[in-house]
Design a protein around this ligand. Structure first.
Ligand code: AMP
Length: 294
């Protein structure tokens, strides 16, 4: 496995692989790698001949007062994990390498970025869209892998690639969870044991929404109420949003349709956590007045 820190070296290594006729996959990450990241890496290794992983805590996607400084970092451990997966190239630049001091052009992430994470983290998706565009133009992969864990980010990246004709296949991969149901996240490392317990209310709220749906509820507001009830009164948890949205436009739905997405974001102390799941209404709604007996 080759490790490079400059854009030129990364560009050259990827160009060599391309000249050899290899299919190239890119997995962008901010490091502090866990099984969620590794699931993307494994999927990339299965499909592509040459796998590039970027490890870069991108300062421009953190707002003032957010956790850029305290974001977990452990490049040595990351390199060991990536070598064991058979990754070909790790691109781990510094912020000074990624952004020239006089850089002023950014990428407007469009309408999908205005709500939810975009609203509570102003500028976040401009930072994401800009760094993803830069990484894609340095590596020029055939495929780029992203997790559904960051569902809005995945949709923003899909729109970015489509609208700017970037010519890369975007592959979305399912959320990897811990045994207790919490979605894996580098930020989980910052949770105290009691905060981690509180954080379990987030997947439990998704479960409450799915349960309400399974019992025949079709009103999005009712599913959202089921989530609010599950999240209310949880110590140290402050809810940002819990919504049922169209999976493509991310606009709120009135009625739950097949493929609808539930998005949840909350802060546990100062730790921002997000989660989501897809919804499938059961084929036959439970008739009114039905009971579970017999
Ligand atoms: P990050 O390092 O948090 O920027 O994440 C890098 C990539 O890994 C993004 O595409 C994330 O969506 C994805 N990812 C992070 N956590 C998970 C998870 N638990 N399951 C699947 N993908 C994940």
């Amino acid at each position: 496995m080759e490790r490079v820190a400059s854009k030129d070296e990364a560009r050259r290594a990827a160009a060599e692989a391309r000249a050899e006729g290899k299919t190239i996959a890119l997995v962008p990450t901010m490091g502090a790698l866990h099984e969620g990241h590794l699931s993307l890496v494994r999927a990339a290794c299965e499909r592509a001949d040459y796998v590039v992983v970027s490890v870069f805590v991108n300062p421009t996607q953190f707002g003032p007062g957010e956790d850029f400084e305290t974001y977990p970092r452990d490049l040595d451990a990351d390199l060991q994990l990536l070598a064991a997966e058979g990754v070909d190239l790790v691109f781990a630049p510094s912020a000074a390498v990624m952004y020239a001091p006089d850089a002023s052009v950014t990428v407007d992430p469009g309408s999908l970025a205005s709500r939810w994470e975009g609203e509570i983290r102003p500028g976040h998706f401009v930072g994401v869209a800009t760094v993803v565009t830069k990484l894609l133009s340095i590596v020029r992969p055939d495929l780029a892998y992203f997790g559904e864990k960051d569902y809005q980010q995945l949709q923003v990246v899909r729109a970015l690639v489509r609208d700017l004709d970037l010519g890369v296949g975007v592959v979305g991969r399912p959320i990897v969870r811990d045994r207790d149901g919490l979605a894996l996240s580098s930020r989980n490392a910052r949770l105290s044991p009691s905060q981690r317990q509180a954080a379990l209310a987030i997947p439990a709220a998704l479960e409450a929404a799915a349960q309400a749906l399974a019992w025949g509820e079709r009103e999005a507001r009712a599913l959202e109420r089921a989530m609010f009830e599950r999240l209310a009164g949880v110590d140290d948890l402050s809810l940002d949003y819990a919504v049922v949205v169209d999976p493509d436009t991310l606009e709120p739905l009135e009625q739950v349709e097949s493929g609808a997405r539930v998005l949840v974001a909350a802060r546990i102390g100062d730790i921002h956590l997000i989660d989501n799941c897809g919804l499938e209404p059961p084929a036959t709604p439970v008739p009114e007045g039905a009971t579970t007996r017999e």
